[in-house]
Design a protein around this ligand. Structure first.
Ligand code: CA
Length: 550
């Protein structure tokens, strides 16, 4: 008998060939997997973006591919796209808001009438600050210009629907970006001021401060911020600047650069500085000597970073915290020359803020195998960040689940190392799985250091199941953190899972957590026990937990 079935059968197929009858496509690494549908592509684009591309695909191709998928979604159901954009953007589920603004611009300019109307209605919920609005307008320019009554009305409403105090804050904080200013947009919109205060703010935006007039902060309450801002421009003394900040709660964006080296100005900014600005300026505050283990400023920072509600209100994303932690711990900027000596209590606070920024995660109580892909491609940066690798992100995400679960094993698929269970070689790569001794009590930065030290292997996402079968480890769900580009194994992920189910008599589930915005998945869409989710969506840990218990 010739063993045809050694090469072609449903039980075992090398990953560089498609499984029989499974409708798989070839991925960029050469392995076969599934192409996710356009709605998943939309989610991946909204959360992970396409900036910087991935290990396998450049940002140009990835952006075009993602935008084409968004376009197909708009053509299929534009209102649903707008709703999705609002859901993800408003809850702060994505690390960056740019993809949401871009997709909304596509809806506004390329959608049918209903879609356009929905997009314009949603504008203030997605473009929440001045910078967002400037981005949106710049994106719209790419899709047929800035004409149209719907567009102008929506732009105008952005200014007229805010109360005067909020509008003044926006006008002071975000003056201009991408070649756009509020003045340009107000002119474009032909908006009519709904009150005398709005009228005064509009006038200031369009015409600036009258040359002969002196700003005075005892005037109209709602215009006080603008007066204070004008005074700040004129002052030369740091002490006076600090007083203006303290008296009128001027945001740091309103402080002229010449004062950014002055400790007293930052000291005045600190009490009302929102979490996002705080995270961006921790390095500076430490370099200036404001933050140390004993200072009151440190206490203030710890209070803000430890306040789950404040973090949620400010839509602080865990990725932002993770990046801040990584930079802060390094003691020097990835860009620029600034150096500082990291303060231990601040590092602790950042660690805590990372978990808090994921909101409340429901534990499942099931036996989980949290499996990290630590192959070479995972050392490339997560889209939209330059300084955070997919591998680090994977470790951090797994910790979120580990932090609340009573029963789990964390493993990494690698090529060797101490205690590694090996599975021979594939294409010259040694294949193996190492258990990673990580406890949720460990601080994030030391976990990441540990992951960095693991040897890399070829990519075989079937290894966690093969490891669990070989070691007779009971697992209810395998959660695999990966870029989905699996190619190195002699059995497919789906087949390894089914083999595990059969051998152990456990109907184990599988979740693939995508860390790349590309279009593939190792999760079989025809198996209700398998799920593909988007990494770094703050809703993901609970989606996983619902799926496991569900
Ligand atoms: Ca890989």
């Amino acid at each position: 008998m010739f063993n045809f079935h050694k090469y072609f059968g449903k039980k075992k197929t090398v990953q560089t060939c498609p499984m029989p009858c499974a409708n798989q496509v070839q991925m960029r690494s050469g392995g076969f997997g599934w192409e996710v549908d356009d709605w998943v592509k939309l989610d991946r684009f909204l959360v992970l973006g396409s900036e910087g591309g991935t290990f396998y695909v450049g940002e140009q191709e990835l952006t075009i591919q993602s935008a084409q998928a968004v376009l197909r979604c708009i053509q299929a159901d534009g209102a649903r796209v707008v709703q999705r954009i609002v859901e993800i953007s408003q809850a702060g589920r994505a690390p960056k808001n740019d993809s949401a603004l871009f997709a909304l611009a596509m809806c506004a300019k390329l959608g049918d009438e209903t879609t356009r109307a929905a997009a314009y209605k949603a504008l203030p919920n997605v473009a929440r600050i001045g910078t967002h609005l400037f981005h949106f307008v710049e994106y719209c320019k790419a899709f047929g210009g800035l004409g149209g009554n719907g567009f102008k009305r929506a732009l105008g409403r952005w200014y007229t629907d805010k109360d005067a105090a909020r509008l003044a804050l926006q006008a002071v904080k975000y003056q201009q970006r991408d070649g756009w200013s509020h003045r340009d947009l107000l002119r474009l919109s032909h908006a009519k001021a709904p009150s005398a205060e709005h009228q005064a703010i509009f006038q200031w935006i369009v015409k600036g401060w009258p040359q002969d007039a002196e700003p005075a902060t005892d005037g109209a309450e709602k215009l006080r911020l603008i007066h204070a801002f004008e005074l700040a421009k004129r002052t030369e003394k740091p002490a006076e600047m600090a007083r203006l900040v303290a008296d009128h709660r001027l945001p740091h964006e309103a402080v002229p650069n010449r004062f950014k080296q002055h400790r007293e100005v930052w000291e005045a900014l600190l009490p009302s500085m929102p979490p996002g600005a705080l995270l961006r300026n921790l390095n500076k505050l430490t370099a200036l000597g404001l933050l140390n283990n004993m200072s009151a400023a440190t206490g203030r920072v710890r209070e803000v970073l430890g306040d789950a509600r404040a973090l949620e209100r400010a839509r602080v994303h865990p990725m932002t915290v993770l990046l801040a932690l990584k930079t802060y711990k390094a003691g020097r900027g990835f860009r620029g020359k600034l150096t500082w000596k990291p303060v231990g209590r601040i590092v602790d606070s950042l660690d805590e803020a990372f978990y808090l920024s994921f909101r409340t995660v429901k534990p499942t109580g099931q036996r989980l195998c949290l499996a990290l892909d630590v192959s070479g491609s995972m050392s490339s940066p997560v889209s939209s960040t330059k300084f955070l690798s997919c591998k680090e992100a994977a470790g951090a995400l797994a910790l979120i689940t580990a932090n609340v679960e009573p029963s789990y094993e964390m493993v990494a698929f690698t090529s060797g190392g101490r205690g590694c269970v090996t599975f021979g070689t594939a294409y010259g790569w040694a294949a193996g799985v190492s258990t990673v001794s990580i406890t949720p009590r460990m601080r994030l930065d030391s976990v990441i250091r540990k992951l960095e030290k693991l040897p890399m292997g070829g990519t075989d996402c079937a290894l966690p199941m093969r490891w669990a079968a070989k070691t007779r480890t009971p697992v209810d769900c395998f959660v695999i953190y990966t870029d989905n580009e699996s190619w190195a194994g002699d059995v497919h992920v789906d087949q390894a899972l089914n083999d595990y189910r059969q051998r152990m008599g456990i109907n184990a589930k599988l979740v693939s957590v995508a860390l790349s915005g590309d279009r593939f998945s190792v999760a079989n869409p025809d198996d209700a026990g398998q799920l593909d989710v988007v990494g770094f969506d703050t809703a993901t840990p609970n989606v996983i937990s619902d799926f496991i218990t569900g």
